[in-house]
Design a protein around this ligand. Sequence first.
Ligand code: C5P
Length: 221
Amino acid sequence: SDRINIAIDGPAGAGKSTVARKVAEQLDYIYIDTGAMYRAVTLSAQRAGIEPRDSEKLSVHARTLDIKLAPGENGQAVFLNGENITDLIRSREVTLAVSHIAANETVRELLGRLQRQLAESKGVVMDGRDIGSHVLPDAELKIFLTASVQERAQRRFKEIAATQSITLEQLEQEIAERDRLDEQREISPLICAKDAIVLDSTSMSIDEVAALIVKLSRTKL
Ligand code: C5P
């Protein structure tokens, strides 16, 4: 066939979203940021005053939400019940809570279903934590993108230091904690799928990683 699905999973800050966006651009595929969906549910729960541990309330709330992704100025725009929340979901408050919300079974079921629908007609590059292992087990190309936690913290620090007051050490701790929560949750945790290709981006540039994935994708056609 002429189009495949590409899953890019890995820990926080490994460069998945930038890489996935570039790969999608080069292949003329659709980029889907699944982390943005979990962030959208998190923002909505916070606004409604729902604690992550109140799983019943959170489940009921999640079922009422309409989450949509659309091509935006810098990649992808996210809409919650029609409201553009693209910038709001990048706040520290959302980032600190999202892994707790993402552990909820109903939330994962709902978003997983939405993600599968979006991938039905092929030609998507989807980034997340459980795409190759759980959401799209039949994806033709699966990448597990990693980098050392120090490198990931440093990259993120350069991105946000100007706008948010946080130290590199704090950031490193928060990233490590998010990885721990994502790896240890019961339902579809962050794991490397058996048939995924592991890429360590610690000493590779984003462009090198993207070019490699594009090359690999051609071998799957
Ligand atoms: O990719 P990003 O860092 O924006 O993801 C935010 C959070 O959403 C992750 O730390 C994880 O808890 C959750 N997530 C997930 N499954 C995915 C994508 C994201 O649980 N497929």
